[in-house]
Design a protein around this ligand. Structure first.
Ligand SMILES: Nc1ncnc2c1ncn2[C@@H]1O[C@H](COP(=O)(O)OP(=O)(O)OP(=O)(O)O)[C@@H](O)[C@H]1O
Length: 247
């Protein structure tokens, strides 16, 4: 089981008068087959936290440990843009991040392409695909390495509403079937309520203000009155704790 332990995490950028506190004394435990969303206003430290968890940034202070059954966990990433290699085919983009190119590995990559409904596009090049299709390839690539924990930074924010909706459904299906831990950054409260069983609310100055557990059954439809009510309640929580204020 994947376990993320974060203690007294602090991240500062710059010095003196230019110093920005991006994360302030964050303490957090995330474990098991969980879908956790990180939400908050622009500049409240969401991406910085994900970048530290993903080893892209180092903390100023504090400690992060990410393990799977006591050993260092295998991590996967999906960013806002798919970041595919344009000169490689779809299948080659997936194979590029694998440890080997055996038939079994190729079959695993094909399985994840099938899961994002691009099984017939494996020989295409990224430039031949739409933005939504490219993001699907990025998601299949992340799952195809079979990580213990998947970090996703606003993966659907550049997509149109209909494509984003269908990708959310696919992501949720894959999360359900694979039992991963997903940590998902989003600006969108509705997206967080639809996907997550836990929402972490950050506010100005990189402070973790609330940790909301959502008990609603999956799949969740935005049109469902209970989902709509939960979304309204989460939004109200944001207002009450000032999490909507831009830093
Ligand atoms: N490399 C950097 N150098 C200096 N300041 C930075 C750097 N990265 C982030 N910051 C600052 O740290 C704070 C948190 O930034 P971060 O990108 O984590 O916020 P965010 O919540 O992800 O914002 P957004 O939702 O707009 O992407 C901001 O004030 C930002 O300007």
């Amino acid at each position: 089981m994947a376990e993320i332990h974060i203690s007294h995490l602090q991240k500062e950028f710059g010095f003196g008068d230019d110093k920005v506190v991006a994360l302030k004394d964050v303490n957090l435990e995330i474990g098991g087959h969980t879908f956790v969303s990180i939400v908050g206003a622009s500049g409240c430290g969401k991406s910085t936290l994900l970048n530290i968890l993903s080893d892209i940034e180092t903390p100023t202070n504090g400690r992060v440990s990410i393990t799977q059954d006591g050993r260092p966990a295998k991590k996967g990433y999906v960013f806002q843009a798919a970041r595919l290699l344009p000169w490689r085919s779809v299948m080659d983009n997936l194979l590029f991040v694998q440890d080997d190119r055996s038939d079994a590995t190729r079959a695993r990559c094909q399985k994840y392409l099938d899961m994002v409904q691009l099984g017939d596009k494996s020989t295409k090049y990224p430039g031949e695909l739409s933005g939504g299709m490219q993001q699907r390839v990025g998601i299949a690539r992340a799952f195809s390495t079979e990580p213990d924990v998947l970090f996703m930074d606003e993966p659907f924010s550049h997509l149109d509403a209909i494509t984003a909706r269908s990708l959310r459904a696919e992501l949720h299906q894959m999360w359900s079937e694979t039992g991963k831990t997903v940590v998902f950054v989003t600006h969108d409260v509705g997206e967080a309520v639809e996907l997550s069983d836990r929402i972490l609310v950050f506010a100005k100055g990189g402070r973790l203000m609330d940790d909301i557990q959502l008990g609603l059954p999956f799949p969740r439809d935005a049109a469902d009155p209970e989902v709509a009510l939960t979304k309204a309640n989460v939004f109200k929580t944001f207002e009450d704790i000032g999490a909507l204020a831009v830093s």
